[in-house]
Design a protein around this ligand. Sequence first.
Ligand code: SAH
Length: 280
Amino acid sequence: MHPKNRYHAPHDFPALAAIEPELAGYLITTPDDRISLDFAAPRAVYLLNRTLLRRDYGMKNWSLPEGHLVPPVPGRLDYIHALADLCPGARRVMDIGTGAGLIYPILGVYEYNWSFLATEIDPAALRNARAIATHNGTRLKRRVTLRLQEDADTVFAGIVKPDESFDACMCNPPFFSSRSDAREAARQKWRKLGRDVNGLSFGGTATELHTRGGELGFLRRMIAESRAFARQFGWFTSLVSKGGYVRALKPDLDRAGAEYRIIPMGQGNKRSRILAWRYQ
Ligand code: SAH
């Protein structure tokens, strides 16, 4: 975890349940006698993150429609801090695929006072993100602009206007090339933890989770497209879920003429990385 991440200490679940009484129904006792949460229950994961956003970021009206991807706040915060290290003094950031939860803009506005242009291809997710931006105080409302991307195969075109510029863009790309890939990945995750759970505990609609060619296809298109927007962004960045994908993307970055770096993130079995590139 990033040294500045406020979630270094384990969650105090009884304290969180005092804020959100429904959480009490999902508390469990671990074999070593600690109070934890039933992370296999989608509702518990949703309530936990909603409560963190309420307690730590003042989100009094943050909710997700049934079935949408629940963003784990501590992990999302790591990207925000890493981006702030990469772009000291950043003011304007583009969030590609903000999701129904508007998670990166919330964290970026409250931690660093950035302004955001946030995009989505999923109209239902965009509608929810807009409701969150509108009903959680003037600061968020003033600093967040939302736009619908109508072409799932592009990220910048149709969104970024010729006279706009950004210190950086950020993205948590859709992972899977199909719905069944997504289910299989979830099943394997739980099998590793000794559980057999059907369905996706982190939720997510079909549009949220999959994209043509999977994550690698998405990143290839993003890199190729970034060339034409080189002068409008200080840094282009995205999460990349697998180290092997970064290796696979090097020829794409070279072809585009980009300079790039890899910023390691996460800990334990949740290792991840940010790929950052720019043009001189
Ligand atoms: N940022 C959120 C959601 C990530 S999931 C989070 O971190 O939790 C990826 C999101 O990208 C989905 O909501 C999906 O609908 C959206 N998406 C997929 N292709 C896109 C595109 N071309 N432009 C903008 N958003 C896109």
